[in-house]
Design a protein around this ligand. Structure first.
Ligand code: COA
Length: 157
């Protein structure tokens, strides 16, 4: 188990990217998130831009010295979004919840939005514990990143 004190954030560094790439390939994680993993090329290009963009807050999530996931706040379509991903070996330990609390202390921007497949009960719970409220539910069409699914849009005002 983790304790709140053992979870901490630091800026994502280029050296984290190979581990992050592997995390986002995990099939069960993608089933949970209802996502399609990025190819190596798409992943490298996405993160090269994100790490260069001062408007993006991208943080590695660590437990002690181990990178167990990542969390970020990023502008998209005129809104500031949050997203996160935890190594499946560390699920159910309160890590995403703690990481989101820490990110929200660091990022003062409000409102913040999050888009979640309604089947992703764990992520909905993490967001709602931090005060995000479901403001819409609807069918999201398939894209190169997401299969078609019912998704919820949550907002923290
Ligand atoms: C979603 C995810 C980030 C959760 O991470 P985590 O570190 O296991 O989450 P936490 O342990 O902090 O909290 C999970 C909460 O959801 C609850 N939960 C777990 N599975 C659930 C389910 N199927 N339905 C409802 N609640 C559920 C847990 O009980 C816990 O709530 P609690 O603190 O009140 O007990 C992790 O599963 C993940 O990385 N999934 C793949 C990527 C992803 O889905 N990212 C989010 C995209 S929007």
């Amino acid at each position: 188990m983790t304790t709140d004190e053992s979870v901490w954030l630091r800026p994502v560094e280029p050296g984290d990217l190979p581990r992050m790439y592997d995390l986002q390939l995990d099939p069960e994680s993608n089933r949970t998130a209802v996502t399609i993993p990025r190819t190596r090329e798409a992943f490298d290009s996405h993160w090269a831009k994100a790490l260069d963009d001062l408007g993006v807050t991208a943080r590695a999530i660590l437990v002690g010295v181990t990178l167990v996931g990542y969390i970020s706040c990023f502008p998209m379509d005129g809104q500031d979004h949050v997203g996160y991903w935890i190594d499946r070996a560390y699920w159910g330990m309160g890590i995403a919840s703690r990481a989101l609390v820490l990110l929200l202390l660091e990022v003062a921007t409000r409102p913040l939005v999050a888009t979640v497949a309604t089947s992703n009960g764990a992520s909905l719970r993490v967001l709602q514990k931090c005060g995000f409220v479901v403001e819409r539910v609807g069918l999201a069409p398939a894209t190169d990143r997401y299969p078609e699914c019912e998704e919820a849009g949550l907002v923290l005002r």
